[in-house]
Design a protein around this ligand. Structure first.
Ligand code: NAD
Length: 256
């Protein structure tokens, strides 16, 4: 259902009513929920994420130079959004989880801002991993980025695991890397168990992640899309709110 004739306030009221009626509300978030935190999204023109062709997983595994370039880019991006704090949207969703209205959030984001807004780790399902730490691809040991950066800047070489010598990578899922099975399974469970699914701040073009709104809707949940730009799934949704996430979720959070 398109909602071109309704005002943002009317659409926000409709959303509030749907949330009040919902028993299990699941939000699926994309990079758009973090722009109000100062983290640029991926597809808005001029995005620094698009400045270079992404290094895919095969290239990363095969080449020390690719790994070094990936770390240089990673630390550059981290410097851009160092100190980012949760947005109104993150806080609104944290409130839904805290109130027991939502069993968890599915996110494509890697910035850790849902957790920073107070959602427990086990209720944030990260489909594309987490960019706030690194892991060893061989033994799975977690490595803190400050240590990785120190080692990289001191040696100019891509850091290896202090425990097993394996390759250490930012804990994000690169293009060409297998999706995390457990997160995919949990996201599927949430999508199938909810009666209201909110897709927030995503262009809904990255698959398989963007399949979850479709799965939820086909399983009988109502689907709401909140995004400043139109998406390919708009005609499939029960409610589309083409506005700024903070404007839409801010007042709604305050009354919930
Ligand atoms: P995307 O950039 O493709 O789409 C973001 C959408 O949000 C756009 O349509 C944009 O118009 C909209 N938007 C931006 N700010 C908004 C606001 N304040 N209010 C309403 N709408 C707003 O992002 P995606 O769909 O998440 O796909 C990008 C991929 O890149 C993801 O897989 C993600 O892992 C990764 N990524 C993550 C981050 C992050 O963690 N914050 C940032 C950039 C990219």
């Amino acid at each position: 259902m398109q909602n071109d004739h309704e005002t943002l306030a009317e659409l926000a009221d409709a959303l509030r009513a749907m949330i009040a009626q919902g028993r299990r509300v699941v939000a699926f978030t994309g990079a758009g929920i973090s722009t109000e935190s100062g983290v640029p999204d991926f597809r808005t023109p001029g995005s620094p994420w698009m400045a270079n062709k992404p290094i895919d997983f095969g290239e990363w595994m095969a080449s020390e130079e690719a790994r070094c370039e990936a770390w240089r880019r990673k630390f550059r991006m981290d410097d851009i959004y160092a100190g980012a704090r949760p947005s109104t949207g993150h806080r609104a969703l944290a409130k839904l989880v805290a109130e027991g209205k939502s069993p968890g959030i599915i996110t494509q984001n890697i910035d850790g801002l849902h957790q920073a807004a107070g959602i427990p780790d086990d209720k944030v399902i990260e489909l594309h991993g987490n960019g706030t730490y690194a892991t060893c691809l061989s033994c799975g040991l977690r490595h803190e980025l400050a240590d990785v950066r120190r080692a990289f800047e001191a040696t100019g070489q891509a850091p290896t695991c202090t425990a097993c010598g394996g390759m250490v990578k930012s804990a994000t899922i690169s293009f060409g890397q297998a999706m995390p099975e457990r997160a995919m399974g949990r996201a599927r469970e949430l999508a199938l168990a909810c009666d209201l699914f909110l897709a927030i701040g995503s262009s809904l073009v990255v698959y398989p992640a963007a399949g979850f709104p479709v799965l939820a809707k086909r399983n009988g949940a109502r689907l709401v899309i909140i995004n400043r730009e139109r998406t390919d799934l708009d005609s499939f949704a029960d409610l589309v709110i083409a506005g700024e996430i903070g404007d839409v979720l801010g007042p709604l959070a305050a009354t919930h």
